[in-house]
Design a binder for this molecule. Structure first.
Ligand code: NAP
Length: 261
């Protein structure tokens, strides 16, 4: 299927690896120019080189910056002004016990997983509406639907974003072909999940391999998801065909959530 987005330009945050990279790769394969952002220049440049090799016809710009800061966002918009597509993502907050989290840790989680996506939406939505096309995808978490005890910072901050998006997605932008949706990853094979496994191993006294095996065995798909699978869904939501999918929270978890809906 031709997604009809060839020649569009996307900002993909947190894109040097993991799910953000999966989204960038899927978009590049569809002929979308991308500006990819992550803090570590070396891994980001390596990702940009890989993307350019996948589709030499597109422009790939790498902006090494912290997207959760105002300066970082300025740098992302200095690389390109009028984005057609924005994928928000900034890595997840640390795991732990809420008794150990102080106000600064909560503010950092809110900045990364709630306020930064809101700032990015604010920066692009009016321009997208004026041009008659826009796709905004927020990478959130299955923790929004089914909270994870050691991820209280994520449960809280992302639920705030989810509530905000539910309102703004229905506030007029969709009539101008601008959609906003959240993608909720279940368990995907990325560096982030390995560090979560390590935290669980430490808490339970099991080895990393035992934690991983238990999660895989207990999963209906008997495997973790791949960033490429995640990216493919993201690219479809960014397509011209997805203009009537708006304000949704789309769970990609291989059927792990046990509910009927
Ligand atoms: P990952 O493999 O750790 O990759 C995170 C990416 O974001 C890296 O490119 C990282 O590069 C970048 N990044 C982190 N903080 C940033 C910042 N402040 N500014 C710019 N870039 C930043 O993580 P992932 O597994 O792909 O997860 C992506 C998101 O999905 C996270 O929010 C995570 O919590 C959520 N999630 C993941 C899973 C899963 O199973 N993997 C499940 C549920 C939710 P630098 O470190 O160099 O900046």
């Amino acid at each position: 299927m031709d997604l009809g987005i060839k020649g569009r330009t996307a900002l993909v945050c947190g894109a040097s690896k993991g799910l953000g990279y999966g989204c960038a790769e899927a978009l590049v394969k569809e002929g979308v120019n991308v500006v990819i952002v992550a803090r570590t220049a070396e891994t980001l440049e390596a990702a940009a080189t890989k993307l350019r090799a996948i589709n030499p016809a597109v422009t790939v710009k790498a902006v090494a910056t912290d997207i959760t800061t105002a300066l970082g966002r300025e740098a992302a918009f200095a690389a390109h002004k009028d984005y057609d597509i924005v994928v928000t993502n900034a890595g997840g907050p640390p795991t732990g016990d809420f008794r150990d989290w102080n106000r600064d840790m909560w503010v950092a989680a809110l900045d990364a997983n709630m306020l930064t996506p809101i700032e990015l939406i604010k920066a692009v939505i009016d321009g997208m509406m004026a041009r008659g096309f826009g796709r905004i995808i927020n990478i959130t978490s299955s923790a929004v639907k089914a909270p994870i005890d050691i991820l209280g910072l994520s449960n809280g901050a992302r639920s705030g974003l989810t509530g905000f998006v539910a309102g703004v997605a229905r506030s007029g932008a969709v009539a101008k072909n601008v959609t906003i949706n959240n993608l909720l990853p279940g368990i995907f094979d990325t560096d982030r999940i390995v560090s979560n496994f390590a935290a669980q191993a430490k808490k339970s006294g099991q080895s990393l391999e035992e934690v991983r095996a238990a999660r895989v065995n207990g999963h209906p798909a008997k495997r973790l998801g791949t960033p490429a699978e995640f990216g493919a869904t993201c690219a479809f939501l960014c397509s011209q065909h997805a203009s009537y999918i708006n304000g949704q929270n789309i769970l990609i978890d291989g059927g792990s959530f046990p509910g009927t809906f």
